[in-house]
Design a protein around this ligand. Structure first.
Ligand SMILES: [Zn+2]
Length: 398
């Protein structure tokens, strides 16, 4: 690979660990910086931390000051970014300006992104193609095609012999290894590649609810018959990713929080959890009145449904309006899902709680289990929790 400056290399190191809203666009932005800065060699990059030729605008005042620089076609005010961190933040802040409005809608793939912003960014009719040509180099520089991918250590298969054979294949067979890198490593790196592969392979054990790429809808997966033991099987679900999640930061799952949606349709809840603006919310699962199950956040990630308990819990939403009890088909799915989650994460029955019991001003989960309610304030934590527990007992969950 061509040489890059030390500063550019530092920028890439920093960028790798910087959280940005659209991580799949990291490589394409780097491709643009490679082009604009001549791999870090331009004067703007070396003197002013400006790796993409960004002109100064007042909107950038938190990240940069104004500097007059003479370039080929005269002299202009450019952004002199305070440091590398400010450049990264400033690069994305610059896209919030008017001429680029709407780019997020075109951000599904790196190519769509650059086709949208490229013609606004530069006059050169070949600009987009030039950036795209540099994409593989950018990916490589970000380490997305590391020479030695991390080993897959556990495919979570019930059959140990099969697990061993497949692990050997995945870690030692060069062709498969390459496939892992190109199929999944493209935008997400090896970590997610492993996650995706494990999910595909665990179809053996239960139905997967995982797609390879956020933004894509996964096809419905039918549950396979489980092994002969009485291990619960995950009910069939459809995976429609929500962008509203964060890391559990290593916290173990030990609670399940039960919610109701205060809405009439499954679709409206899905749309709500897909919103990137306003009050951003999500839950791992939503169960429709008709029993349909949709997963929106992977179990391994933290969904945003019960402030204070999110890191350690799985959130399940039930479509229902106030006054409505859980529907028959919905109940069937919910019980099956709970059985599977309890077994999968070793969650005791007592740790299945209504949202109301997570200190919060809410009536959730409303009247889902009204039939089991005893005296007292029907929306108090105690009454809600006892009703939920009675419902679980009634369905053989102990
Ligand atoms: Zn709730």
């Amino acid at each position: 690979m061509a040489k890059i400056t030390e500063k550019f290399s530092n920028l890439l190191k920093l960028y790798k660990t910087t959280k940005i809203k659209y991580p799949h666009l990291k490589p394409i932005s780097v491709a643009q910086w490679i082009l604009e800065s001549g791999r870090g060699k331009s004067e703007l990059a070396q003197r002013y931390n400006n790796f993409s030729g960004i002109k100064y605008r007042t909107e950038l005042r938190d990240y940069a000051r104004r500097v007059r620089v003479k370039v080929k076609d005269g002299s202009h005010y450019y952004a002199h970014f305070f440091d590398l961190e400010s450049f990264i933040a400033g690069y994305w802040a610059n896209l919030a300006r008017k001429p680029y409005q709407g780019w997020q809608k075109a951000a599904k793939t790196p190519a769509d992104f650059i086709r949208f912003i490229g013609p606004i960014w530069a006059d050169d009719p070949e600009y987009v193609q030039k950036v795209l040509t540099l994409l593989p180099e950018a990916e490589q520089r970000l380490g997305l095609f590391s020479a030695k991918p991390k080993s897959v250590t556990n495919l979570n298969l019930p059959n140990e012999a099969l697990q061993e054979r497949l692990l050997a294949l995945f870690n030692e067979e060069p062709f498969i290894r390459r496939l892992r890198q190109t199929m999944f490593g493209h935008a997400f790196g090896d970590l997610l590649a492993d996650e995706a592969l494990a999910a595909i392979l665990s179809q053996n054990k239960s139905s997967p609810a995982v797609a390879c790429c956020d933004g894509d809808e996964d096809v419905e997966a039918e549950p396979r018959p489980g092994p002969r033991s009485s291990r619960p099987v995950k009910p069939a679900s459809r995976y429609i990713p929500s962008p509203n999640w964060s890391s559990r930061n290593g916290v173990r799952i030990d609670h399940i929080v039960i919610h109701y949606t205060v809405s009439t349709t499954l679709e409206s809840v899905i749309a709500q959890f897909q919103k990137r603006t306003g009050k951003r919310r999500s839950a791992h699962y939503i169960i429709g009145r008709d029993g349909r199950l949709v997963q929106m956040v992977r179990d391994t990630r933290k969904a945003w449904h019960a402030n204070g308990k999110n890191s350690r819990s799985i959130g399940i939403e039930h479509v229902a309006m106030p006054g409505q009890q859980i529907a028959k088909a919905q109940e069937k799915t919910s019980i099956a899902l709970l059985r599977w989650l309890m077994a999968e994460y070793h969650i005791p029955k007592a740790n299945i709680i209504p949202h109301r019991c997570v200190p919060r001003n809410t009536r959730c989960c409303g009247d889902l289990f009204a039939k089991y309610k005893t005296g007292g304030d029907p929306y108090s934590c105690r009454v809600q929790r006892d009703a939920l527990q009675a419902w679980l007992s009634d369905h053989g969950i102990e």
